[in-house]
Design a protein around this ligand. Structure first.
Ligand code: NDP
Length: 263
């Protein structure tokens, strides 16, 4: 039997176990995917082996711990500085990041994106900015504070704080902040966000399972909108196939996992 888990804190809210268990069952794999509330990120590797896992996903706030504790890193995960998928290969931990490609696949229906504004500068922003750069899409980062902008500056992105931002047109605005997750606040003050949305075509919020104030405002401005559900689904499909050395058909995994969103 194969064993998998989701490490994070908190993990109770996540639908990843449901997604993966539906895929395991649907594809007739003798396996089980659980959730594990990890209190100390330094114990990630130790916990992985204690649980005799074949693979794991890592969520907030341990993606950087996973990066440091893996034996081998996929080049893209190394570049982003965050690992959300660990695979046990002959006793050694291989680290990957599927959030970035998951996001890119989730926006496949957004056509002709020429410029993107990312709100926030955390781990998710790094993943999204890196994949957009790889796809040659001009990307600007706007964060409320300076403290996490170093990575983006070093990577050659245009970066701003609320104080020095010079508004212009962006075709897609992405909220990667946690504003709206547990509260009802916008990730940017309303007059500025409204003026940006007036000129934009698309809005994407990485948060899923609720209509955030960011999404409500984007809908009021009649933007084409998406929340983080498809990103979660796509990163899950990619992670599942990493667990099994790409032996399953992605469409089939997707169809099974999609059931987790309709329960
Ligand atoms: P981090 O903690 O690494 O970064 C959070 C960012 O949000 C920081 O830049 C922070 O600014 C900013 N921020 C937080 N609160 C506010 C606020 N009230 N107003 C403005 N800015 C704010 O988080 P992650 O990047 O790891 O995760 C962010 C979100 O992405 C979470 O909600 C997570 O659930 C979601 N997510 C969704 C995924 C999906 O598949 N749909 C996958 C991965 C994550 P500062 O630097 O100033 O502190």
């Amino acid at each position: 039997m194969k064993f998998f888990t989701l490490f994070g804190s908190p993990v109770a809210h996540s639908i990843s176990p449901r997604m993966h268990n539906l895929a395991l069952k649907g594809l007739h794999v003798d396996g089980c995917y659980t959730r594990y509330h990890l209190k100390d990120g330094l114990k990630l590797r130790e916990s992985f082996y204690k649980l005799r896992l074949d693979g794991a996903n890592i969520t907030v706030p341990y993606k950087e711990d996973a990066l440091r504790q893996a034996d081998f890193l996929d080049a893209f995960a190394k570049k982003i500085g965050a690992v959300n998928t660990l695979v046990n290969k002959n006793g050694q931990l291989h680290g990957y990041n599927t959030d970035a490609l998951g996001f890119y696949r989730a926006i496949a229906s957004f056509k002709d994106i020429d410029s993107v504004l990312i709100l926030g500068a955390g781990g998710t922003a790094k993943a999204i900015a890196s994949i957009l750069k790889e796809k040659d899409i001009k990307t600007t980062i706007l964060n409320r504070s300076n403290k996490r902008l170093g990575f983006f500056k070093d990577e050659g992105f245009e970066v701003y704080t609320w104080e020095d931002f010079n508004p212009k047109r962006f075709s897609l605005i992405v909220n990667t902040t946690s504003a709206g997750l547990k509260d009802d606040v916008l990730p940017l003050h309303k007059p500025l966000l409204s003026s940006l949305m007036k000129k934009a075509d698309y809005a994407f919020d990485v948060i899923y399972n609720k209509t955030t104030p960011f999404m409500s405002l984007a809908k009021a401005h009649k933007l084409t909108c998406k929340d983080g559900a498809d990103m979660l689904l796509c990163q899950g499909v990619l992670a599942f196939n990493l667990f099994f050395d790409n032996k399953f058909n992605e469409t089939e995994i997707t169809n099974h996992m999609r059931g987790a969103f309709s329960l």
